[in-house]
Design a protein around this ligand. Structure first.
Ligand code: SF4
Ligand code: SF4
Length: 352
């Protein structure tokens, strides 16, 4: 994480400002070179229309004005965009910036990744065959591991991002131990799927029995073990607060969080349309967002979303739980701890 004092000051100032979003996720493209079992994005490869580089930059200016702290670029695979280096460079000046890759494009796009705070590589298991099966392409495991090594060698901060599903839930604690021993942080996703919703922004996941988390007691135990591990080790990129809420959810079925879509976080698609989450209808274009943010219409949408209990996408839970000024600071403190871990790692890599 290369954080200039100007950027740090800007982030801190925005963190302390109430009533503004912490997190924006921009799905820059619908194109993808993988065929993951749970994902529907690659089914629509004919849709290649995308917002231009200048429009993305203008959108990022709007984020800044609104007070956004953290921007995550995903897709599809955002590294398929020719202009990804320019976008990441622009975003990284002002936001904690993360970009996702399945590992396949890191080597080709290494220079584009130098400015970014975190490159998240999606890797679900240490079992090679299982990963190839989940990702739907051969040699997905070797490709991801090569990408991780390349990023480490180049001194670029890498985090591993497994999606916890029925196929890997029993190994996720050992998987975490394996990577934190290598001093690579782990940032989790939870297998979820879209419910039918008219006029949603876009679809991501479909219901797949073999992935569905049906052993809830085992998941509560996973949360418990991660909570204990987190007390002793750096590198678990999820706050204790979120782990405790998830544990409660899996143990008793109770949702103890309130959705903060369009308040604590929002989503932007490849065309620059903004929604509270991908399952909700577009609420504005990125260029209308500043004008709309404090409108009555947005307030009404927020009220509606705060009553919604339809999804368990982990990123939405995280940014709902940490939507307050205090919550923002908790995430930042957690991130800083992990940043120190990465810094030490980089120093060791350079001295070897
Ligand atoms: S989950 Fe990600 S990497 Fe896999 S097909 Fe979908 S967009 Fe591509
Ligand atoms: S709970 Fe929130 S994030 Fe999930 S579908 Fe409802 S509004 Fe969207």
């Amino acid at each position: 994480m290369r954080i200039s004092s100007q950027k740090a000051l800007g982030l801190l100032k925005r963190s302390l400002t109430p009533n503004r979003p912490y997190h924006a996720q921009w799905l820059l493209t619908r194109r993808c070179n993988y065929r993951c079992r749970s994902c529907t994005i690659w089914h629509e490869q004919q849709r290649v229309e995308e917002i231009s580089t200048d429009e993305v930059k203008r959108g990022l200016d709007v984020f800044r004005k609104l007070g956004v702290i953290e921007v995550v670029f995903s897709g599809g695979n955002p590294l398929l965009r020719e202009d990804i280096g320019e976008i990441l460079d622009y975003a990284s000046r002002h936001f904690v910036t993360t970009v996702y890759d399945n590992g396949s494009l890191v080597a080709k796009k290494i220079d584009a990744l130098r400015s970014v705070d975190f490159v998240a590589i999606s890797l679900d298991t240490l079992d090679r065959k299982k990963l190839d099966y989940i990702k739907g392409v051969p040699e997905a495991w070797e490709t991801a591991v090569d990408a991780i090594e390349t990023l480490q060698k180049e001194g670029i901060s890498v985090v591993i991002s497994p999606t916890i599903s029925r196929l890997n839930q029993h190994e996720i604690v050992d998987f975490t131990r394996y990577f934190i021993k290598k001093r690579i942080p782990v940032l989790y996703c939870l297998y979820s799927y879209d419910f039918p919703m008219k006029d949603r922004l876009f679809g991501i996941g479909e219901k797949t029995d073999e992935l569905e988390l049906v052993d809830r007691a085992a998941m509560a135990k996973v949360c418990d073990e991660l909570i204990e591990l987190k007390k002793k080790q750096q590198g678990i990129f999820i706050t204790a607060k979120v782990l405790n809420v998830l544990k409660e959810f899996f143990a008793s079925g109770q949702r103890t969080w309130t959705c903060e879509a369009l308040r604590g976080f929002f989503i932007v698609d490849h065309l620059g349309r903004v929604a509270g989450c991908h399952l909700r209808q577009p609420a504005a274009s990125i260029f209308e967002l500043s004008d709309q943010w404090n409108s009555e219409r947005f307030e009404n949408l927020r009220k509606e979303y705060s009553r919604c209990e339809k999804c368990t996408y982990l990123c939405y839970i995280v940014y709902s739980l940490h939507a307050s000024v205090l919550g923002n600071l908790e995430i930042m403190r957690d991130q800083w701890r992990n940043v120190m871990l990465l810094r030490n790692l980089k120093a060791e890599t350079l001295s070897n």
